[in-house]
Ligand binder design. Structure first.
Ligand SMILES: [Zn+2]
Length: 572
């Protein structure tokens, strides 16, 4: 561990303007590096400067999402995105280069700096000037896609409704209303099917060119380098897809059979997969945001005194929680960390729904992660790759099972746990579908639209789950709708190849849960130990630090799915 300290960046710097940041970055770029010690000091000083800039962005983002109607906040946020981010991107890349090409780099402690240098070297290696405009074009297309989807409205129940608003009808007991709303949504989406396919054709072309420019055979290989996936390969992912098909799909089909008989229908249709099959009204875990906070505090204290105290420090320590739903707040939920103060923040729109409780527990897991590694000197090590970051949050969801009595009675707890387990079983095949689809797309970049659709249908036969594919759900007479289902998954459009991470993390979270059931104290100690490593080690070491195997082979998936099936039976 480094013994250097940094006072390079004044505590009171206003990092929301480039004029204030630029001189410091310039000093780092100009600094002469006489030895490995100089290089280490440069990295540490840069860490503090990057943290200051990132915290300025984070504060603006938090302010904007908490009050979308304040025009001055919005303007300040957009100014940062438009004027400061591009400058930061450029100057940080110059610093990456200066550091990895420095003659003293080989004398740095590899155990300490290895992960950092590996990431920066990869970024420097794949960078090409001619890719900058292509990447801008790709981002622009992604924004157009998001705008197109965001502008889709459906006339239903006497009013114009957005797509998210239409989702609630899928929970209604009236089957005809579910069908009518499902068809209205699908019809509206099909109107833009050609437009979306054309956008995607362009994206594939651009991405393939980016990969060729950077010296790769295809965009899949490029994406693995760009995403710093050094610890697993495309072949590992393909084996993971196969494992999900073999061990997860039988459970999906069994659940679909149970659902069909509970609903008392002959064929399970796509509009029958979200509704409660037993006719229960939706669960209502809490009423107000304050109630959510107090009961969550009790839950975490019961789970572990240390975690309870960490949660309370967010409740009591200034501006760390903004949970209630109110006019002008942005939708969704997230956890963000102010990188300089090293204080996490949780945002959500709590409306008393089970989903809100899930979000609270999930985001608290991310916040524990931030707090447990906050003494790490290097800002880049105060967060970890998604494959592990989501282990921190997803594990919490299952480890919270024994304490859901804070929110539910016994029967409701059983329902909530079952629903969560079903969610896991249904999500993994969808992860496999989306990931396998992208593997095929980018390793067959010359494909026609018809071939792409045909491959999508092939995958949708193999894998089922969330969208109702894989054999148990009847799509007769809905061919066009089925062909276009992937159009509503934003990842292939906006963040290509980002998806399998959730599957990998879920396997870690399930392992953690199995350990927790056997020995809660040992599991929680390992959990905290793994999280305290932040992102300072490669993925296999982060997993083993938490007592987990970085393993998504068929054997691992099979053993975890056996436990999930047992627990589903226990919560029938
Ligand atoms: Zn998360």
């Amino acid at each position: 561990m480094t013994t250097l300290i940094t006072d390079f960046v004044p505590a009171e710097i206003d990092a929301t303007t480039w004029d204030n940041l630029q001189p410091y970055y310039q000093q780092l770029l100009d600094r002469e590096l006489k030895c490995a010690g100089c290089l280490e000091q440069l990295i540490l000083d840069r860490s503090e400067l990057d943290a200051a800039a990132d915290e300025a962005y984070c504060n603006l983002y938090i302010a904007m999402t908490c009050d979308t109607e304040d025009e001055s906040i919005k303007a300040a946020f957009l100014a940062f995105v438009e004027h400061i981010e591009p400058e930061l991107k450029k100057v940080r890349f110059e610093l990456d280069k200066k550091i990895v090409k420095c003659e003293h780099v080989k004398h740095l402690d590899q155990d300490r700096f290895g992960v950092l240098l590996r990431n920066w070297s990869a970024d420097v290696d794949i960078f090409r000037d001619e890719n900058v405009p292509l990447q801008t074009e790709d981002t622009k297309l992604g924004t157009e896609y998001a705008e197109l989807c965001g502008s889709m409205m459906v006339e239903f129940d006497g009013e114009e409704r957005t797509m998210p608003q239409m989702g609630v009808y899928q929970l209604e007991q009236d089957r005809e209303r579910r069908e009518a709303s499902w068809r209205a949504v699908a019809e509206r989406r099909l109107e833009d099917r050609d437009k979306i396919d054309s956008m995607f054709d362009n994206m594939v072309k651009i991405r393939h060119q980016i990969a060729l420019n950077a010296g790769f055979d295809n965009y899949m290989e490029y994406a693995f380098a760009e995403k710093h996936r050094f610890d697993y390969t495309p072949d590992d992912c393909t084996a993971f897809h196969d494992a999900i098909e073999q061990t997860c799909m039988p459970i999906v089909r069994k659940l679909e059979e149970e659902r069909k008989s509970a609903l008392g229908i002959d064929s399970l249709m796509p509009w029958d997969i979200a509704v409660d099959p037993h006719g229960h009204a939706p669960l209502k875990p809490f009423d107000t945001a304050d109630e959510l906070i107090e009961k969550s505090s009790t839950l975490f204290h019961k789970m572990d005194e240390g975690l309870g105290e960490m949660f309370d420090s967010m409740r009591d320590g200034g501006y760390s929680l903004d949970l209630d739903s109110r006019k002008g707040k942005a939708p969704g939920g997230y956890q963000a960390c102010r990188d300089r103060q090293r204080i996490p923040f949780i945002f959500m729109n709590a409306a008393g729904l089970p989903r809100d409780l899930d979000t609270m527990i999930h985001e608290a897991g991310h916040a524990f992660h931030s707090m447990l590694c906050k003494d790490e000197d290097l800002v880049w090590y105060r967060s970890s790759p998604i494959e592990f970051a989501e282990v921190a949050s997803m594990s919490m969801e299952s480890m919270a099972y024994p304490f859901l009595g804070e929110f539910y009675n016994e029967e409701e707890t059983t329902r909530a746990i079952r629903k969560h387990l079903e969610g896991i079983v249904n999500t993994l095949p969808w992860v496999a579908t989306i990931d396998a689809f992208q593997h095929w797309i980018y390793t067959n970049p010359q494909h026609t639209r018809e071939e792409r659709t045909a491959h999508w249908l092939l995958l949708s036969d193999r894998f089922g789950g969330r969208e109702g594919f894989g054999g148990g759900v009847c799509w007769d007479g809905l061919d066009m709708e089925r062909e276009a289902v992937w159009h509503r998954q934003l990842h292939p459009f906006q963040v290509p190849f980002y998806y399998v991470e959730y599957g990998i993390a879920q396997l870690g979270a399930l392992q953690m849960w199995m350990h927790y059931r056997k020995d809660p104290k040992a599991a929680l100690d390992a959990y905290k130990n793994g999280l305290s490593l932040g992102g300072s080690k490669p993925l296999p070491e982060l997993f083993s630090g938490a007592g987990l195997k970085f393993d998504f082979t068929a054997d691992m998936v099979a053993s975890l799915m056996t436990t999930v099936q047992e627990e589903l039976d226990n919560h029938a």
